[in-house]
Design a protein around this ligand. Structure first.
Ligand code: SF4
Length: 93
């Protein structure tokens, strides 16, 4: 399991550079109907936004703001990527 632990650590190493370090996590997991604007503002200036979004998509994160996107927005991205892959766009990956 050593290999797996190393992979997990690698997979999440981007979190050390996260703009949201030290920010109230509740901001990123708001109650239904509460604005996500403040969380998205934090994400806007984040240098690991792409990594964060990819992680959330790869791990099927269903709740909260990841990579500056809400659950609904991530679903849209996931569908678009799946459609692109089915057209052969991900053949080189
Ligand atoms: S994109 Fe947003 S949620 Fe993801 S690490 Fe950066 S600040 Fe945090």
């Amino acid at each position: 399991m050593e290999h797996r632990a190393g992979a997990d650590e690698d997979e999440r190493s981007w979190q050390r550079l996260a703009n949201c370090l030290g920010v109230d996590p509740d901001l990123f997991f708001p109650e239904r109907g509460v604005s996500t604007r403040e969380a998205k503002e934090v994400c806007r200036g984040c240098v690991v936004r792409a990594e964060c979004l990819d992680y959330a998509l790869a791990n099927g994160e269903k709740f909260g703001i990841w990579g500056g996107l809400s659950e609904r927005e991530r679903r849209t991205v996931r569908r678009a990527r799946a459609a692109r892959a089915s057209r052969g766009g991900a053949a080189s990956a």
